[in-house]
Design a protein around this ligand. Sequence first.
Ligand code: M6R
Length: 364
Amino acid sequence: GKGNYRHFMEKELHEHPAVLGDTLRQMVNPGTRAVVLPELPFDLAGISRVTITACGSAFYAGLVGRYWFESIARIPTDGDVASEFRYRAPPLPQGGLGLLVSQSGETADTLAALRYLKAQGQHVLSVVNVEESSMARESDAVLQTVAGPEIGVASTKAFTAQLAVLACLALAAGRARGTLSAAQEAAMTQALLEVPGRAAEILEHDAAIRRIAARIAKARDVLYLGRGNCFPIALEGALKLKEISYIHAEGYAAGEMKHGPIALIDPTVPVIATVPSGPLFEKTASNLQEAAARGGQVIVFSDAAGAAKLQGIAAETIVMPAVDPFVAPILYAIPVQLLAYHVAVLKGTDVDQPRNLAKSVTVE
Ligand code: M6R
């Protein structure tokens, strides 16, 4: 049941800390601070290329994974939505790794992509939440998200659990390939272990996010911006808002703004930025300045240092915990999901069962 929550989605949002803890506990030894994956039937050190494919939010989790595999394990990585991937007839190298991400393990396009990857001689690894699913059965190996049943059509806790698994896989690959020093691995694992606690702190901003939702609920169009490993979080924020509040939203790489979307900006358009401090902060900050200069209502999710720098232009700010930029996408997903939830509640939509959508898309 929903317990004391109004919707399954609200309940599931509040399960982020527990689910992240359960998922990480499976793969991280807190004593040695080492990632310990279940034994895989292939050697991560020998993988020539990773091909990630999935649909919807699961694909956005995969996109974050791409940043991690490339930067941490230095593996060439490609990603595409399964509905395109399966028909592109992409040539793939022998000994590559096909990586599927799916909550249900039953999504038709992702399952077809899995079969294509197998036929192309790829090792096939699935990140699934449902253990007894078609994808789990047909894969060479499975890494399970321990999110428990997710009832709301809008994915929440399954998404952050997918990120936690992909982060561990990237660290394991980095260790296997020698691209990560023991000290780096220990620091990054420590950052991951702190994620559940930080997630709980973020949920305490619920009332502040609800106030921001009142502003968003009046908008016709909303733009989400992010850069680097938080770019896919902009995509996730926009998808979540569209699917449950029916407000038109787009997620963009912050640097793409001036290549088109900036033309949309006027005082009626909220621009929501997931912008942690880090090497890419200043670049995104200058994109936000451009948005503010055109009257856009800039809504900032950043840590204290970032929030201070953006104080002059932000219409609203949520101060996030300061974390290693590596784990930022896991945490920044939470407030954008919460925001979508509160906007949908204000709009009075059917939050758990939004119109036209199914939880599991088993036909293409
Ligand atoms: O079960 P899956 O993870 O394969 O589902 C993929 C998408 O259908 C799913 O993530 C969808 O985009 C969600 N409704 C997003 O909130």
